[in-house]
Design a protein around this ligand. Structure first.
Ligand SMILES: [Zn+2]
Length: 374
């Protein structure tokens, strides 16, 4: 394992690990963590996700009798993420422009491992530490959804997976997916259009009646995909619509979801004829559940003390998207999302400043030291 965090980070991003292909990076981290004295285990989440290997759990016993503190990062990257050639420039690390860099989320992995290693070397008294490196976060938080939570004993943790060092996301919405399939009646568009009921026309009417965009401060929704129809000379008998609803409030989530469904049900009902009844099929999925951690929570106060010590002036915020932290909170582990310095993620322009890579490591070290004081 490389001594400096810059070298270590460069080493990690060179290992291909697009979603579902995390075996190589997981085995590399297992070796590094075991060298540092950790116990490493895997679960079988990949049997449900179709990946190569499960989530990685690492346990450091520590010197105190506290309950463990958890850090989490994800092993996978988005595409294009194979053959990453990191470029060390004056003040930053970039890819060569043909792939992402993978600072999302290998900056978090490098920071937490380097932080623990440096604390071990300095002879610092350490609390018990648990690490969870998840698979397939980028394709729907799959690793944390299927994680074996019996393997974790921590009551709280920090998911290192956001932009600015010291930034804490203490809340995120729930998300529901809605798939609506409208069934109309096929007919020849030139010879007998009056015999058909256009599914596309029904869908258009329903979409206009459905709520859309920002509903209120806590709730948004979007009809994002519409597909259907076969040819211009056929009155279409089927169209598929995909939508999502997000809210920080579960009642509002259910409410808005129902309103979308109702607009479709009401529309098809209105167009019922004597010999044909158009219909709509509804499929609902819950992508993740909302969470909100109070600013009075000790884990938030602890992080804010560390920010102050490092001269970082950022207030905790509430996010608009999902992350592994949603799933941890759903399983009873209080988790917030913390920044690592990753920038322009999910693009080939992705980069991280050297200063941030190091500062993120210091942030993790200070969190561990501050917790060990308790
Ligand atoms: Zn990420």
């Amino acid at each position: 394992m490389q001594e400096s965090i810059v070298d270590y980070f460069m080493e990690l991003v060179k290992i291909d690990s697009e979603s579902k292909q995390e075996k190589q990076i997981a085995l590399k981290l297992q070796t590094d963590l075991e060298e540092m004295g950790a116990r490493v285990e895997f679960d079988d989440a990949h049997s449900k996700t179709g990946g190569e290997i499960g989530n990685l759990y690492a346990y450091f016993d520590g010197d105190t009798c506290q309950s463990p503190i958890l850090f989490c990062s994800h092993l996978d990257t988005v595409v294009p993420g194979t053959g990453v050639k990191p470029q060390l420039k004056e003040d930053r690390i970039t890819s060569d422009g043909t792939t992402v860099l993978g600072a999302d989320d290998k900056s978090g992995i490098a920071q937490v491992i380097s932080a623990i290693k440096e604390l071990q070397q300095s002879g610092e008294k350490l609390p018990p530490i648990e690490l969870l490196f998840t698979i397939s976060e980028e394709i729907g938080l799959l690793g944390s959804r299927y994680a074996d939570y019996a393997k974790l004993h921590a009551k709280f943790g920090y998911a290192l997976d956001a932009h600015y060092i010291g930034d804490l996301t203490i809340g995120a919405p729930s998300e529901k997916s809605i798939k609506l399939t409208v069934h109309g009646k096929e007919a020849h568009a030139g010879m007998a259009p009056e015999k058909g009921i256009s599914a596309i026309r029904l869908a258009a009417e329903a979409i206009l009646a459905a709520p859309q965009g920002r509903i209120d401060e806590q709730t948004t929704c979007n009809i994002g995909i519409i597909s259907g129809g076969v040819a211009t000379n056929i009155v279409p008998n089927k169209v598929e619509i995909k939508a999502e609803v997000r809210s920080h409030d579960d009642d509002k989530l259910a409410n808005t979801t129902q309103k979308i469904i109702d607009s479709f049900k009401d529309t098809v009902k209105k167009h019922k004829t004597e010999n044909f009844e158009p219909t709509v099929d509804v499929e609902l999925g819950q992508r993740y559940r909302s969470f909100r951690i109070s600013e009075e929570e000790e884990m938030v106060k602890l992080a804010l003390r560390v920010n102050k010590k490092l001269g970082i002036d950022i207030k905790p915020s509430v996010g608009g998207g999902g992350s592994d932290a949603n799933n941890f909170n759903e399983h009873g582990i209080k988790a917030v999302i913390a920044g690592t310095g990753m920038r322009s993620v999910h693009t080939t322009e992705e980069f991280i400043l050297l200063e941030d890579l190091k500062k993120g490591k210091e942030w993790v070290k200070e969190i561990i030291k501050e917790y060990a004081k308790d």
